[in-house]
Write a protein that binds this ligand. Structure first.
Ligand code: MN
Length: 309
């Protein structure tokens, strides 16, 4: 007998609770149903990640039945788009025009202000499946110039048969080429079949695990599509069991120390700042520029509700 716990010791991580959060269904642009895992009532952020949308899998016949999101503004965040199946065409106010396909990443940094569109291209597979996550920019970087990156090549690791694509930040000794401004990570986990996996975690990070396809459980707790398992800082490893082929995303980061306000497409710090961004969009302020090439009207800002804090 050894006093050293082994990796097979089921008690070793037991004191660390894992919370299962229910996502909610929402409707995006053209009427496509999505599942939103952040923010939810009981959890607003995981590290700097403040918004987690899972769209599809969907099939469609006309491009406008796929993704069809007209010009809209962002401040204070990065959008992280990871495609699982199908294609999306991105355009923005700094002149980017980029098709994204399966296994690729689009990263848009709004900084102080940008506007963009996302649509299913005319030539398409008729399929759509992916995620779009938002990362809050820390105060010292949230007024940077807007920028856009496309990453068709990302670090891919294998951990005991689990295929891991690191699309953001640092994990497992690897670093994604995508530009980020916080200590964080984001990855896709892909299992070919029923199996048991252990993935080392940065124990300083809190983590969110989202099931995208298949059946899986984390530390013995079943996880369904549309739910997120939350792991507080202190977890050294993720214990994942799959009942068959399964796809998940894992996001994490140092707990975000700043209070943020998330309203519509804006991440700010004060209601006045958000109201000002809303007004800038309505007034077509140069802050948000113009998106060329999209055949449709801009999105209207929602009514302002006083008392947002
Ligand atoms: Mn957007």
């Amino acid at each position: 007998m050894s006093d050293q716990p082994t990796s097979a010791d089921p008690q070793r991580d037991a004191p660390q609770e894992i919370l299962i959060h229910e996502g909610r269904e929402a409707i995006l642009g053209s009427g496509m149903e999505i599942r939103r895992m952040l923010p939810v009532i009981k959890r607003r952020m995981v590290g700097p990640w403040c918004f987690l949308d899972h769209f599809g899998p969907a099939s469609f016949t006309e491009p406008q039945e796929g993704m069809w999101v007209g010009p809209h503004p962002h401040i204070g965040l990065q959008t992280v788009t990871w495609m699982i199946d199908g294609e999306v065409l991105h355009r923005d106010s700094i002149g980017s025009e980029q098709l994204i396909k399966e296994g690729q990443l689009n990263l848009m940094t709004s900084g102080r202000g940008i506007s963009h569109t996302e649509e299913s291209p005319t030539a398409n597979s008729g399929r759509l499946h992916g995620v779009q996550f938002w990362v809050a920019l820390p105060d010292e970087h949230r007024h940077v110039d807007p920028s856009f990156e496309h990453h068709p090549v990302l670090p891919i690791l294998d951990r005991g048969g689990l295929n891991i694509t690191l699309f953001a930040g640092e994990a497992l000794g690897e670093r994604s080429p995508a530009t980020v401004y916080s200590k964080m990570m984001g990855a896709q986990l892909l299992a070919a079949g029923a199996d048991i996996f252990e993935v080392s975690l940065d124990e300083r990070f809190e983590h969110g695990l989202v099931l995208l396809e298949g059946e899986a459980s984390v530390a013995g707790q079943p996880l369904r599509v549309g739910q997120m398992a939350y792991l507080a800082p202190g977890h050294k490893r993720l214990r994942l069991k799959t009942q068959g082929p399964a796809r998940l995303t894992l996001v994490g980061g140092l707990p975000f120390q700043e209070h943020i306000l998330l309203w519509w497409n804006f991440v700010g710090r004060t209601a006045a700042e958000i109201a000002q961004a809303r007004e800038a969009w309505i007034q077509q302020d140069p802050l948000f520029g113009r998106v060329d090439g999209f055949d449709g009207p801009p999105l209207l800002a929602p009514e302002w509700v006083p008392g947002i804090k």
